[in-house]
Design a protein around this ligand. Structure first.
Ligand code: UD1
Length: 422
């Protein structure tokens, strides 16, 4: 298995350009299945998850032309005829469930195994099914095989209240409702920027969606959606990772292709720690040069709250600042798997259920650690850049699912990191 090897690095310096958002492109690729005409998606990050979603689209009968070197994917789903999402693809990536809405809308049926993906707790999908049922689909669950089959003649618009503002459920229901008969209202909808990007794409395809980005989304179903071209928004979590990397190494980095509105909670928390964040014409400058950073508290929440995907990465920073910080994870119930890994590097962290207390200012030391999930892996890489000695991060396939050219981008900022092939 490939590994990343890091040594204590100088403060990061220079500039980095943020790629298109993984969590925006995955639902958008699923949405291309709603049209019989070709869709061209640009600013697509060259990532393992994008490859899996492309293969999934192909398995369902779409023609996919992936041009990773151009960050472009073209999908033509005219002949999509297969409602079955193959087991080996679906179990590799949780976002595969997002093809269910488009399959139901286009073919009136969908057959899918319950998805895999990052091991961050029990990640149920009942809200997706609740939405499909409300739209008139019949859902059959084969518990033994972990397979779900859904049928609907024509979906019918209705009011759907989500018990929790699930990102995936909001996206899946929005895609299904885009071609349903009549009007659908999603209440307590997720408000993440990736939802807005998907709605913008659907509207370019001829969809009639209003209110994306608020907690109530109105979708007027249309008969057909046509082809469209779309540029994916920048990845706010990748941006946040580089913001924290600059802070953690007490460096100064210019971050290009970043939307400040999407990273407000990260800016606020970095400011509380004493990091300077300035938005300039060319991008965002994050500077912690010669700073004595101090502790802060974090509570993860659905957008616009502090993103759960930044929790492990920010925790790595908090191990290096003066004072005691508290972190509360409210979105996922088991998202502290990076804690034992950070402790292996000398961090002082105590957890109790969803709360973690971090005693900062511990000198981290290099060790052999594991990327337990995508973002936890990024946290370990950042820890490795400030730890004394050598750090080895294994199971990096998690990291490569979600960060385009991570090693090269960090090297470009002066980080001492290499990828070691087996
Ligand atoms: C998406 C993101 C992921 C991010 C998460 C929360 C993608 C591809 N992934 O995941 O990176 O960490 O949002 O910001 O966009 N839940 C239920 N029932 C459901 C669905 C969800 O109880 O049917 C719960 C989950 O267990 C979890 C919470 O809701 O505790 C948030 O999940 P959700 O918003 O659905 O996350 P994903 O869409 O899977």
């Amino acid at each position: 298995m490939a590994k990343y090897i890091m040594k204590k690095s100088n403060p990061l310096q220079g500039e980095v350009c943020i790629s298109g958002a993984k969590n925006a492109v995955l639902p958008i690729l699923a949405a291309t299945l709603l049209s019989k005409e070709p869709c061209v998606i640009k600013d697509v990050p060259a990532l393992k998850d994008v490859e899996i979603m492309s293969k999934l689209n192909e398995a369902l009968g779409a023609i996919v032309e992936a041009e990773p070197e151009k960050n472009k994917v073209t999908v033509e789903a005219e002949k999509m005829n297969c409602p079955k999402a193959p087991y080996d693809l679906v179990t590799k990536m949780r976002a595969s469930i997002l093809v269910m809405g488009p399959l139901l809308a286009r073919l009136g049926k969908a057959e899918i195994f319950l998805p895999g993906g990052c091991a961050i707790g029990d990640r149920p999908v009942e809200l997706h099914f609740k939405g499909f049922k409300a739209l008139g689909a019949e859902i059959f669950m084969d518990e033994e095989e972990g397979k779900v089959t859904a049928h609907a003649d024509r979906l019918t618009g209705t009011d759907i209240y989500l018990d929790f503002p699930s990102v995936g459920a909001t996206e899946n229901i929005m895609m299904a409702a885009a071609m349903a008969e009549g009007i659908t209202l999603i209440e307590n909808a997720a408000q993440e920027p990736e939802i807005v990007d998907l709605a913008n794409f659907l509207n370019k395809m001829g969809g009639k969606i209003k209110g994306a980005g608020t907690d109530c989304i109105k979708i007027e179903g249309v008969e057909n959606l046509h082809g469209a071209e779309h540029n994916v928004i920048p990845d706010r979590i990748e941006a946040g990772t580089f913001m924290v990397a600059a802070a953690m190494t007490r460096g100064q980095v210019l971050i290009r292709n970043i939307l400040p509105d999407h990273v407000r909670p990260i800016i606020a928390k970095l400011n509380e720690c004493g990091v300077d964040v300035i938005m300039g014409e060319e991008g965002m400058i994050v500077s912690a040069v010669d700073k004595q950073l101090v502790s802060t508290d974090i509570k993860t929440l659905p957008y616009p709250g502090f993103p759960t995907d930044m929790q492990s990465i920010f925790m790595a920073l908090l191990t290096t600042v003066q004072g005691t910080s508290a972190v509360i994870e409210t979105v996922f119930e088991n998202r502290y798997m990076h804690v034992p890994q950070l402790k292996r590097m000398g961090a002082s962290i105590k957890t109790d259920d969803r709360c973690a207390i971090i005693e900062g200012k511990k000198e981290l030391r290099g060790n052999k650690v594991i990327a337990t999930d995508l973002r936890a892996g990024a946290a370990m890489v950042l820890a490795g850049l400030v730890a004394e000695g050598r750090t080895e991060v294994s199971e990096i396939y998690h990291i490569e699912r979600g960060y385009e050219h991570f090693v090269e981008k960090l090297q470009g900022l002066g980080a001492d990191i290499t990828r070691m092939d087996p």
